[in-house]
Design a protein. Sequence first.
Length: 545
Amino acid sequence: MIIKALTRTLAFRLFILIASVQTIILLGLTFAVLHVQETNWMRHIVDDAIRVSDLIVRSTRYSMLLNRKEDVHQIVESVSGESGITGIRIYNKQGEAIFGSPDSGNMRKVDIDGEACVVCHVSGGLEYVPHVREEMYRIFKGSEDTRVLGLITPLHNEPECANAACHAHPKEKTILGVLDVKLSLETMDLQLRESTTSLLTLSLGAVVLVGIAAGAFLWFFVYGPVRSLAEGMESIAAGNLNHRLGVTGKDELAQLAGSFDVMASDLQTARQEITDWSETLEKKVRKKTADLEMAHRQIMQAEKMASIGNLASSVAHELNNPLEGILTYAKLIRKRLAKLGLPPDTLGSYEQELGLIADEAQRCGNIVKNLLVFARTEEMALKPARLSEIINRCEMLVRHHAEINGVSVETKCTDRDTLECDADQIQQVLLALMVNAIEAMAPKDDKLRGGRLSVTATRGSKDETLEIRLADNGVGMTNEVKAHLFEPFFTTKRDGRGVGLGLAVSYGIVQRHHGTIEVESSVGHGTVFTIYLPVRQPLPVSDPS
């Protein structure tokens, strides 16, 4: 039933028509090619026979002039030994064979009235033949039922021949005899049969391939689209509005399928719009939620830093006066002890203890000073500055510290590096970060690490910010350290070299410049600080009162 149904389709009828036409055309071309090939081969063989005949005539000319028959026999026998030559004979004007190759047979005389000779022998005698004509070669059956080509070449009575002493031919006789050369056509016939077989095989293969290609083309581009269209109609009629044909192209079937898809798409539009809007709304809610969480974290950090700043400011002001008193009275006591005339040992012990009190008070004073710097909110001295100059000053200030710790410092800055800032404060930020990086790469356990610090400044993607990137190959830090990195009094230095205010102060300076600071780090892979600073500071908002 399936085969019967296929035979009734338009695609099957087109397939039969195409297969029939291409079979007829290919067979016609095959026989035409064979005919042309045989003609060309025959022309080449005739040309070869003419060249052989000319070679024999030129080779025997001198010997014939001297009447050296043995030389002529030797030449004829030598040439007849070549491949493809089945016989060579030289006949005189009476049709008698005067020279011949051993394989040319025992025939000594030919009938001059025969089919091969009557072309030249007309009116009872041998007439003048100026050139070799196409009719002067013949094809006949040889031994073993093989075809042989025989070429007749006239031997002209040249003046040297007519005047020779051995010849009694008057110069009026222009033809003295003929040269008959026979070439076997067995090789050509074999190649022709092989070519015929090959071409017919190729033609049959081409018929099969073209038939397969035509069938596939009709199946995929005619039968398939028509069948899909019919199934689509049935699916839409059953209520499946999601069904699409998806046929591409510019032919009539493709246009029909496109119109069908447009119709189905119009029916599906309302439902799809509702689904898309729901998904879009959900994505927007997730994005807004993430933005709110980020803003909340930033607000919490800002409030946290503000609270710590207020506390630090209050503590600093409260501690500043007592510390100043301690330092002043420690110096005063040292002066009074010097006037008491105490023994040197006792005086030295007192001075050492008072010096320790003064140094510790001075250190507390420095801590208070840093707290005031962290908590201050006074206006900055904003003016245009070259970032390259700030980076160069920082590099000069840390150069000795870097050399002591075996760290190399590399700096690179964009040419467009002008920005509005408080240059001293930006320098303070960069110095704090560079010093921390150098100390993170300092030798541990007398082992040099070969540290490298890179400071690079480039323009931001929107060309409105400057991006400062400080990268080192130090020990890196954990996620827990990164979470508290910018908090006051948080430090990883256990040797009393820091109180944990450098990065907190730096964070406040960057915030006051309306910039941001980010850190990327992992244990054993170094740390990267990235500072984003606006090229121009925003104008202050005026008070409406």
